[in-house]
Design a protein around this ligand. Sequence first.
Ligand code: PEP
Ligand code: MN
Length: 362
Amino acid sequence: MQSIIAKKGQNKTNNTMIIAGPCSAETRSQVILAAKELADQNLDYFRAGIWKPRTRPNSFEGVGEIGLEWLKEVKEKYGMKCCIEVAVPAHVEMAIKAGIDAVWLGSRTTTNPFAVQEIATALSGVNIPVWVKNPMNADLNLWIGAIERIGQAGIDEIAAIHRGFSHYGPSVYRNEPIWEIPRALKSVFPEIPIIHDPSHIAGNTDLIEPLISRAMQENMDGLMIECHPDPSKAWTDAKQQIPSRNLGQLLAGIRSNSLRDLEAENLENWRREINYLDENLIHLLDKRAKLSLEIGRLKRTNNKAILQEKRWGEVLSRNVGIAQERNLNVDYISQLFELIHQESIRLQLDNVDSKQLVNGMP
Ligand code: PEP
Ligand code: MN
């Protein structure tokens, strides 16, 4: 795809690889319609998952082999190259037989070196492009190891896909981008392109555009974007798919955004990150308050005073020490912990009454 980003002489100016298509192939007509709507978008590859690794059983696990026939039709009708996820050696064999142009290893597969090795072995001697999604967990070495295994199978065209990392607790993202990790991967394998997948990181359509613009600032080499003819009816990942007929508009919007002041764009991204950090601070304060209530309960049971000066002195000096190591202002951190401590005492005094002692956590 020609230049979608030309950012004041920096970063991407051409060759951003574009892969788009539905999360899952659902029916023949859905696949053909998605392809038709994307046909004039100058895609490098049309994607559609036909075997879907689902977290829980009894969900839709993909249409399977029949989907390969639909993709053959896409190739014939619209001349687009097609790519799918492969998760076991049998998928590789069927994909090759059906003339699939590129395959990728999903995030759940990359977490398992045995599974990666089996796929790598099935791929030896095949030599089509193979892309490796980052593992679910934020482990750079697992990602590196999977790429090495595919490389050792003799695959020449390897790319990495950055789809974010799973987390526990609230976040604005479905999967945390943790940009440091793809950056570190790039320094280990400078020659391996990295494709950004904003759809699985965002988990919704609102964050797709800002993620793409950040990915371009990070100098990523391609984009994999989930598109569906009617996202509200999608069988998988409905919230994060954009209407396929809107892809052109999204890419054009990014092109015009690239003319925007880079500083304004940074400001927007940083504010989003601040919001996310604030949300996490509140989540941590809530967790801390709940633990503090448990401690209050114990103190009550053991007839201990709520205010323990010695312990409070230790908490304060420990945290001030940590803050100093990070060059944070000592007064600010002391005042902050004073407030947190006061709230803990208030909670313990207010909430630890005999009724709650009997009934458990409020
Ligand atoms: C997908 O691309 O539809 C998919 C299942 O992705 P991931 O492996 O990133 O979850
Ligand atoms: Mn998906």
